[in-house]
Ligand binder design. Structure first.
Ligand code: HBI
Length: 366
């Protein structure tokens, strides 16, 4: 296939660089790097105020979308006045003839609904597990209208959409491994790490429980999205030594986490993938994670960390005690082989080729 003109549409919950977009920001950066690295021309559409991401960013004004995962399952689809999401897809409609394919990273009803209205092929990389009934219906209708147009990061995530599990392409994810350095040994005294938005679904209370049970200090990095979660965990585990280290951009984060003895992942929801796991492993840091969601497909139990039965805090503590069994260089090697930007871009490019071909067949027969 010749080089492609690719337009990537970002999340409408906030500008790139704000951290509100969570893993999607890292995914977008990685895709810009990996797809450009394959010779394609890549541009981005994102809310105004977005940082430069190594490609031209078309900055669109408008009101941010509410985060889907904070909505209840039965919540109706809501759009704010002058929605940035609507303006972003109006921009796509007006400029679609300049692109071979559009990649949507927004976890939102509008782009899923609009896809059959557009001439340009639209590929959707879904960034979260199922969180809302109306969205699940829209996803099913999209997969029927445009077979092959929807991909996810993990099999566990696909299984949360039971109506279409088998029709979702599983792509994993990728990071710029060269931006991370191997820390061959952990700092002394040993510390544990937690990386993620401080939010109910991330299970920060279990992290406090591990700190209290092991007597180790845990350093926590991420957007303090719900301070009440943090305060409740502090109150529940007053002896736990957990320090909030703030939200760091990728380059600073890798220096901060590299010295950790392990990173804890204690999700209470089905984590679609777990970029944090591959970022930690890229630094040689083993991951101790609940056997739940994406991290369970990334961590090789006993080799790159440990998988623990969900919500089993005692199991997390046992795993901390076994960390000397892990070779930190193996953690990084796994990322180089399976989760680099090149490896992910190759999987995404093959997906685009299939989608462009099937769209051409559909156009020819219509
Ligand atoms: N909510 N409405 C909406 N749209 C998104 O694109 C979105 C979101 N919540 C969280 C989110 N994206 C990302 O932080 C996660 O998918 C990683």
């Amino acid at each position: 296939m010749p080089t492609k003109r690719i337009l990537i549409c970002s999340t409408p919950v906030g500008p790139l660089g704000s951290g509100v977009g969570g893993g999607v920001e890292l995914t977008l950066h990685s895709l810009v790097l990996g797809l450009s690295g394959r010779g394609h021309h890549v541009e981005v559409v994102a809310p105004e105020g977005s940082l430069h991401v190594g490609a031209r960013v078309h900055q669109i004004p408008g009101s941010y979308q509410v985060s889907s995962q904070t909505e209840s399952r039965d919540a109706a689809i809501a759009m704010p006045p002058s929605p940035v999401l609507g303006a972003m897809w109006e921009w796509v409609r007006l400029h679609q003839q300049h692109y071979d394919i559009v990649l949507n990273l927004a976890y939102d009803w509008l782009p899923w609904f609009l896809t059959p209205f557009l001439q340009v092929p639209v590929a959707h990389l879904v960034s979260m597990a199922s969180v809302n009934d109306a969205m699940d219906v829209a996803l099913t209708e999209l997969v029927v209208a445009r077979p092959g147009s929807v991909a996810v990061h993990s099999f566990a995530q696909a299984e949360t959409f039971p109506a279409v599990t088998e029709r979702l392409r599983v792509l994993g994810n990728g990071i710029a491994v060269e931006r991370y350095d191997l820390h061959a040994t952990a700092d002394e005294p040993r510390t544990l790490g937690f990386i993620g938005r401080i939010s109910p679904e991330k299970g920060i209370d279990d992290v406090f429980a591990v700190a209290a049970a092991t007597g180790l200090t845990v350093k926590a990095w991420g957007l303090m999205q719900h301070p009440s979660c943090w305060q409740a965990a502090q109150a529940a585990f007053p002896t736990a030594s957990v320090s909030y280290e703030g939200f760091l951009p990728t380059d600073e984060l890798q220096f901060a986490i590299g010295g950790c003895a392990a990173v804890l992942m204690t999700p209470k929801w089905v984590e679609a993938f777990g970029n944090v796991a591959i970022e930690a492993m890229a630094c040689g840091v083993p991951v101790i994670a609940y056997r739940r969601g994406g991290p369970a497909e990334i961590v090789i139990d006993g080799e790159t960390g440990f998988l623990v039965e969900p919500d089993d805090v005692a199991g997390l503590v046992d795993a901390v005690r076994r960390l000397s069994e892990i070779d930190r260089a193996v953690c990084r090697q796994q990322v180089v082989e399976r989760y680099s930007t090149d490896a992910m871009a190759m999987r995404v490019d093959a997906w685009f080729d299939d989608l462009i071909r099937s769209n051409r067949r559909a156009d020819a027969s219509s």
